[in-house]
Ligand binder design. Structure first.
Ligand code: ATP
Length: 431
């Protein structure tokens, strides 16, 4: 398909999905703002993830931990030491700095020789309180995971969970990335959807394989093309400092395959280190067996921004209809920002307009809808196609007689007639 990243960036901006941050001041590298449709897309993705990971199971509970935590957390987790660092190399000719593992031997910009690589820590730091010294140094969390580990005992006790069980969290994370981009793929401020699965190491269930399968099939259920997804198992030298084994779910972006979500076997790295650094017992006590166990952990760690970008890229369609170009986003209805557009076929007939407004009011509040009476119906369909609205409901003269409306499907442009009284139950099945 004739699609490149520039097309998506431009559509995302002009339709109100994603804007460059601080644009009136010339932009701010690596930050983006989600517009009226982008925030809906992102919220839908987060809600679908939460529904899958928390509401559909009785062995996973939710959490919302703070972004700023004690610096000791990051010492224990290995983030302040050399573990959480990328290798940075500077080009000897143009002096641009690159991540060594991305750039290879030569500068991707000018082809110049890269100097010796140095370790560069990715933590974003700040000072809290009135005095800027070592005692006020704090970090913005680089992953949501540690908020889960430090709360593990409180969650287990308060929710009376036994192994195996999981804790899920969605929230912002910050990394001082050396080379952000492309677009929202790698930013310095981003959002993660993470779940830590705690299990007894004596339990011989293949939890790593189980969660790999679960997560891959979720992307399918939200409408991402399965032929554009694959697993990338990590070789030993690719593993993060905490991981025993890991596999990424990768998507085929316009620039090639790249990570969308990581599934990591973290063993007891985190809980053991927090036990060591805090002096607290991080094991879980079973009242029945009277045994304490240090759980092992499988983590599923996805990016909300990457998933939103994948949803946009994957849904982009361009086709020719009766000699005219039709551009649309073929979002899964559950993911689509605007669910239904209500379009009166004529705008200067009061009774048709009143009927259309009535239909709009009956659906508003349940789903995000748009009411539109401006321009020809063809133009209005095009506008809805361009933002990926799955259903357009038209109200015409016949509606006044038979209390039925026409529903036009975005992808096939097929039209069906439905009584107004059946709309809520019909749409409830779609979203
Ligand atoms: P990469 O190698 O692409 O930098 P990573 O292996 O460091 O990513 P993880 O630490 O496994 O990423 O983070 C889990 C998920 O969080 C990633 O799969 C991605 O979706 C998201 N993520 C991580 N870093 C960023 C970032 N800088 N911007 C946007 N999303 C990110």
């Amino acid at each position: 398909m004739d699609m490149n990243l520039e097309t998506i960036i431009s559509l995302a901006k002009h339709r109100g999905f994603i804007f460059p941050s601080s644009e009136i001041y010339g932009g701010f590298k690596s930050s983006y703002d989600y517009g009226p449709l982008g925030v809906e897309l992102k919220n839908n993705i987060k809600r679908l993830w939460w529904r899958e990971m928390v509401y559909k199971r009785d062995d996973v509970v939710g959490l919302d931990a703070a972004i700023m935590m004690s610096s000791k957390v990051w010492e224990a987790s290995g983030h302040t030491s050399a573990g959480f660092a990328d290798l940075l190399a500077e080009c000897k000719s143009c002096h641009k700095r690159w991540r060594k593992d991305h750039a290879g031997e030569a500068c991707p910009d000018c082809g110049g020789q890269l100097g010796e690589a140095k370790k560069f820590n990715l933590l974003v730091s700040t000072h809290l309180g009135p005095v800027e010294d070592d005692s006020s140094l704090a970090y913005l969390r680089p992953e949501t995971a540690q908020g889960i580990f430090v709360n593990f005992s409180s969650v287990a006790q308060s929710s009376r969970k036994k192994l195996p069980f999981g804790i899920a969290q969605i929230g912002k994370a910050f990394r001082n990335e050396i080379t952000p981009g492309p677009f929202t793929f790698r930013m310095r401020e981003f959002e993660q959807m993470e779940m830590q699965w705690f299990y007894d190491p004596k339990d011989d269930t293949e939890w790593f394989e189980y969660w790999k399968k679960q997560r891959m099939s979720w992307y399918e259920t939200i409408g991402i093309s399965i032929d554009k997804l694959k697993f990338h198992p990590h070789a030993k030298d690719e593993l993060a400092h905490y991981a025993k084994s890991a596999a990424d779910i990768e998507y085929e972006y316009p620039w090639g395959w790249g990570e969308l979500e990581g599934i990591h076997n973290r063993g007891d790295w985190d809980l053991s280190n927090h036990a060591k650094y805090s002096g607290q017992d991080m094991r879980i006590f079973d009242e029945e067996t009277k045994e304490s166990t240090m759980p092992h952990v499988i983590e599923t760690s996805g990016g909300v921004d990457r998933c939103s970008l994948v949803a946009l890229i994957d849904a982009y369609r361009k086709e020719e209809v009766k000699g005219e170009e039709r551009v649309f986003f073929s979002f899964n209805p559950k993911v689509a920002p605007v669910k239904i557009a209500i379009l009166p076929l004529v705008k200067n007939k009061e009774d048709v307009v009143a009927k259309a407004r009535g239909v709009a009011e009956s659906l508003r509040g349940r789903w995000l809808i748009q009411y539109d009476e401006a321009g020809t119906v063809g133009r209005r369909y095009r506008r809805q196609d361009e933002i990926g609205t799955p259903f357009c409901v038209t109200i015409d003269f016949d509606t006044l007689q038979d209390n039925a409306v026409t529903i036009r499907m975005r992808d096939t442009m097929e039209q069906i007639r439905k009584p107004i009284s059946e709309l809520i139950s019909y749409f409830s099945e779609q979203f």
